[in-house]
Each structure stands twice: as C-alpha cells, then as structure tokens.
Design a protein around this ligand. Structure first.
Ligand SMILES: [Zn+2]
Ligand SMILES: [Zn+2]
Length: 305
C-alpha cells in the first residue's frame, strides 16, 4: 500500500462546499465550546468515564478500523471484532467500510488529487476541510478501484455499515448521556454536552491530527522523499498513530512504529494484550534488518529535516 504513481487526470476542479456538513460541524463545535464552559459541573465519575470512553473509541479507530480492517496488520477473533466495531461506532467517523476505502486510497495515492485529505492542500483541508466539500473526482474514480472484498466478507463490518446511523448515534450520544445519569445520578444536560459532544470532538480532532499535522511537521527517518512525518505530539493524542513516516513505509506493521508499545503507542500495547488473551493473532511486522536497510537507503536521520 505504498504511495504509487500519481493520478494523471487533469480534470478541472473547484471544491464545492457541502453546506449541510458545514452546518453540522459548526453546531457540534458550538455545542462543544458550550460544553467546555460547563465542564466543571461534571461529577468525578463522569470525568473518569469520559476519559475511558474516549480511550475505547480511540481503540476502535486505531486498533480497529485502521490497523485491523484497513491494513490487515493482525487477525482478530469475532468477539474482538464485535468489540472494535462497537468502539469504532462511538468515534462516529463514517462506517468502517467507508473509512477503509478512504484510507486505502489515501495510502495508495498519498498527496495526489486522489488522496481524500491531500495535505498539499493545506492544514485546514487535510484536518477537517475535506469533510466539508465534495470529493475531488479523482478520489471517487480511484476509490472505486480499491479492493474491498475482504471488508465485504466480514459480517461484523457489513452489519455496522447497514445500520451505521442508528448504531453510531446510540453509541456516541445516547449511551454516554444515559449511563452517567443512571449509574451515578449525573445531570442529563451536562452529560450530553460534556461526555457526549466534547468527548466526541476531542476524539475527532485527535484522529484528524494524523492527516494534517503528521503530514507536515516532524522527521522523516525512513523515507525522506514522502511527506508523512514522525510526530510524538500526534502520537500522544492518537494513541500511537503519529509515527507516520514509518507507517507509510511499513503500513502492514501492527505497531505503526519500530519502537513498539509505550505511553506514546497505547494501541500496540492493546493489540499485544489481545494476543496474550487469545483474541488476536498473526501480527505482522518487518524484520529489524529490513527497517535498518530502508533507513540507510531512503531515510534522513539528520535534524535538518
Ligand atoms: Zn497518512
Ligand atoms: Zn494507515
């Protein structure tokens, strides 16, 4: 899934704004800003719950739709796949099916007109702007050529795709509002705005930083000819997805980094725990020798990157 030759089409293109998406995103951000102002009203248990809920939904993105379904870095048993599907639904970043298609085309045509969040179009576009405009025709054309047969054969993924709106609204907004109210008597209004909306947008921006910041700022030790970078700041927020120069060179590595698990890569620790529990297997990674040879051949380890 390395980036290959750029699409050659020169179709005239002018981004047309999808006002419905602009309105939804604007309202969500306004709600989140309001939520931040009342955050101090949250009960202690609700704060702990919001952090945990963010963490679980983050795993649904990183260990789930990214490393398992997009890149097939490891195999997961059905109970783990169901857990990751539900966790992914909390994150509400489109269905797994759509996310995988967008992500595979991103890897195959990185920073070309077929890249859904082409970082050459600037920070704003690669972070959130790409969700507010119609897709470039090349994204649609090349996206249709992506092989998704493995995804189509996974009943857990296709179940989520068929019932995406209901499942994700329930997991992302209904459950985090109702549970704190029922379990420790939280105020429903506060739970909705803080544990629901603020937590949702926090996870969204943490993910979006991978497409924006990790394609702009950081070192390129593995391949200095591509734009994705190693960015610890992004790794912290995205549970280990900021080692992006490495990831674009070795996308099949379940660790997304040669340095394994740790506080900057909690997802790798999660996958390794699942292996110990018998829930995951067949973790893929390059040999240390392969990584070393690649650094020598294409990397740039100088600080003047
Ligand atoms: Zn990328
Ligand atoms: Zn990837």
């Amino acid at each position: 899934m390395d980036s290959t030759s750029a699409p050659t089409s020169n179709k005239p293109y002018r981004a047309s704004i999808v006002w419905r998406n602009v309105a939804v995103m604007s309202i969500l951000h306004a709600f989140a800003l309001y939520g931040i102002t009342i955050f101090h009203r949250l009960r202690f248990y609700s704060i702990v719950f919001a952090c945990l809920y963010h963490f679980v939904s983050g795993l649904g993105v990183t260990a789930g739709v990214h490393r398992l379904w997009s890149h097939r870095c490891y195999r997961a048993t059905r109970p783990l796949r169901v857990f990751l599907m539900l966790a992914n639904s909390i994150a509400m970043q489109n269905s797994i099916y759509v996310w995988v298609r967008d992500h595979r085309v991103h890897h195959k045509y990185t920073e070309t007109s077929a890249d859904p969040h082409d970082a050459k179009r600037g920070f704003f576009f690669s972070h959130i702007g790409w969700l507010l405009v119609r897709k470039h025709p090349d994204v649609i054309q090349y996206g249709k050529q992506i092989d998704l047969s493995d995804i189509e054969n996974d009943p857990v993924v296709m179940f989520q795709h068929r019932h995406y709106t209901a499942i994700s609204l329930f997991m992302s907004f209904v459950l985090p509002t109702v549970l704190p109210v029922v379990l420790w008597n939280e105020n429903a209004w506060t739970a909705y705005f803080c544990v629901g909306v603020v937590r949702y947008l926090y996870t969204l921006h943490s993910t979006w930083l991978v497409n924006s910041a990790a394609h702009m700022w950081g070192m390129r030790p593995y391949d200095k000819t591509i734009q994705p970078r190693e960015n610890y700041f992004v790794s912290w927020f995205s549970l280990g997805e900021g080692f992006h120069n490495y990831h674009h060179v070795f996308p099949f590595d379940y660790r997304t980094s040669e340095f394994g698990s740790g506080i900057f890569n909690l997802t790798t620790g999660f996958i390794e725990t699942c292996v110990r529990l018998g829930l995951a297997s067949h973790c893929r990674r390059p040999t240390d020798e392969t990584i070393k040879r690649r650094i020598e051949r294409t990397g740039n380890i100088s600080l003047a990157n």
